[in-house]
Design a protein around this ligand. Structure first.
Ligand code: DGP
Length: 127
């Protein structure tokens, strides 16, 4: 008989296999990386909303902030965002981090990610 843990493991395997950001992070999808370390990858957004628009994505599949990610993983994501800003030459001119969770926020890819936006003066509108 399949127990609850097996069911959860199966669901997690399905989520990972179906997840475009997991496929990018694992290298299965060949996308040029802006940055990589042990815990995260960063790559440019396919539909840029600013001259610099890079996504920071944990290698581990976490659907959203509601999934209670390890604080060390969140620290790695924010550290990577700072490093990407430096690599892209926008650390001093300024940059915005955006992180969407759920339908009202417009989250379209259900794998936790942070957008790094900059390279021009951004709109002051927050919503
Ligand atoms: P969000 O709305 O926060 O879930 O943003 C998801 C972002 O992911 C969106 O700006 C477009 C980007 N995106 C979706 N699919 C791909 C992809 O296959 N490659 C890249 N580079 N970006 C993608």
């Amino acid at each position: 008989m399949t127990d609850m843990k097996d069911m959860n493991d199966l669901k997690e395997m399905k989520d990972v296999n179906d997840c475009i950001f997991c496929n990018i992070a694992s290298g299965e999808m060949d996308v040029p990386l802006v940055y990589e370390d042990e815990l995260v990858v960063a790559f440019d957004d396919v539909s840029p909303q600013a001259p610099v628009h890079t996504l920071i994505v944990p290698k581990q599949h976490v659907a959203s902030l509601n999934d209670d990610p390890d604080p060390a993983l969140l620290a790695a994501v924010f550290g990577a965002a700072r490093e990407v800003a430096r690599l892209k030459g926008i650390a001093d001119s300024g940059y915005r981090l955006v992180q969407n969770n759920g339908a009202d926020a417009g989250q379209t890819v259900h794998h936790l990610h942070v957008h790094v936006l900059g390279g021009a003066e951004l709109s002051v509108q927050m919503s």
